[in-house]
Design a binder for this molecule. Structure first.
Ligand code: PSV
Ligand code: MN
Length: 388
């Protein structure tokens, strides 16, 4: 059986990144529901991310999305985040919310629009330099709604050229994470629809380009842990955007829909030995809290990732290896199922106490009165979000 001290050390070293946009108002294309106490600026989003970290102890960075989090001085934002005990994580360029991007960004048939998208991405690398961020997180909304609308092959050529220019601008320790998505907003064809397409571009680009797996971006029934295992084997798994989905890209709290899937994904991470201090895999959340309060939803999400990780770390890998070598299908499956069935909450409570935290982050946040404080303080101004 795995040694408990080793399990705890791995859990303590795990780093789960929160997304700035999850603290702002969000909704669906039908309605954005405004909440009270929502941040007005990137600085206030950093305060919320720091609050999630204060209660969980394992969320010491916040991803930013530009221009949603545009500020006059990015080094100052990073210094403010640092003063709160967190860092600026992945920088996400936004090349999908401008009228110019109606027909795409890097794949757009119009050279001037491609240039505009490229310039924005290069500006995002400048922001990485200013904030000390390691990862440029690239997601394109590019694609086609109708057969014949544009040349699928020519769009791949434009994509390749655009990504290459951005890649060549990266510093020696910076990375480009290339995200894919099966559909939405384009419905007929997406220019980066699946992990294979992202992977092929990343292989062409070089070692600083790696695939980003958003758990909500696959066809129903896709075996995501297979993708994870494959990419890890090739050192091409850059990170995750964790969330839950029932139907499409639902962006619900990770672990809410299918905790067993999350466990199976984390099991592949454990099998590959890619947890711990030097993990090159970025564990990021990409969620929207449309009807639930945002800070506790993110605390819960971080806890859900921790629980899945703890269960994966408890897999008896030696016994599993034996059962696999013996072709003992039932025992092998039972070893995995046993680990998943373990109640790891007492272990995590103990770990939190050792880390000087409250053993129950959700209850501690409720008791803290923080929600009332931000509701009273954040009055006036424009709440961050999608037009709420
Ligand atoms: C797109 O659905 C996505 O997953 C990308 O990561 C975006 O950057 C993010 O959601 C926020 O809209
Ligand atoms: Mn995503």
């Amino acid at each position: 059986m795995p040694d408990l001290a080793t399990v705890k050390a791995a859990l303590r070293a795990q780093h789960i990144e929160t997304p700035s946009w999850a603290f702002g108002n969000s909704g669906t294309r039908f309605k954005v529901f405004a909440q009270e106490g929502v941040p007005r600026t990137a600085y206030e989003k950093a305060e919320d991310a720091a609050t999630v970290h204060r209660f969980t102890g394992v969320a010491p960075s916040m991803a930013v999305h530009i221009p949603w989090d545009a500020v006059a001085d990015y080094a100052d934002l990073a210094a403010y985040a640092d003063s709160l005990g967190i860092a600026i994580g992945a920088v996400n360029p936004n090349v999908f919310q401008d009228d110019d991007y109606r027909l795409g960004s890097l794949c757009n048939p119009e050279p001037a629009v491609r240039r505009k998208a490229l310039d924005h991405m290069l500006e995002c690398v400048d922001i990485m330099d200013a904030t000390g961020s390691r990862d440029l997180s690239v997601w394109l909304a590019d694609g086609l709604n109708y057969p014949g609308q544009d040349s699928i092959a020519a769009r791949q050529d434009r994509l390749e050229a655009g990504l290459r220019t951005v890649y060549d601008r990266l510093g020696p320790t910076q990375r480009m994470l290339v995200e894919y998505k099966l559909f939405e907003p384009a419905f007929y064809a997406t220019d980066l629809p699946d992990w294979g397409t992202s992977y092929a571009h990343c292989v062409d680009l070089g070692p600083k380009a790696q695939v980003l797996v958003d758990t909500g971006h696959h066809a129903p029934g896709t075996n995501i842990e297979f993708i994870v295992a494959f990419l890890l084997r090739r050192s091409k798994l850059g990170g995750f955007h964790f969330n839950s989905r029932f139907y499409a890209d639902d962006d619900l709290m990770v672990g809410a829909a299918d905790p067993y899937q999350l466990f199976r994904i984390m099991a592949e991470i454990v099998f590959a030995g890619t947890l711990g201090e030097n993990s090159r895999v970025a564990f990021m959340l990409d969620q929207c809290h449309n009807i639930e309060p945002k800070i506790p939803a993110l605390i819960r999400s971080v806890m859900n990732v921790q629980e899945a990780t703890a269960k994966a770390l408890l897999i008896d890998t030696e016994a599993l290896g034996r059962a696999q070598r013996d072709g003992d299908v039932l025992s092998a499956n039972a070893i995995l199922a046993d680990a998943f069935a373990t109640d790891v909450r007492p272990l995590l409570a103990e770990l939190r106490e050792e880390m000087g935290l409250d053993p129950d982050p959700m209850a501690a946040y409720e008791r803290s009165g923080h929600a009332a404080k931000i509701r009273a303080h954040r009055v006036g101004g424009t709440a961050a979000g999608w037009g709420a």
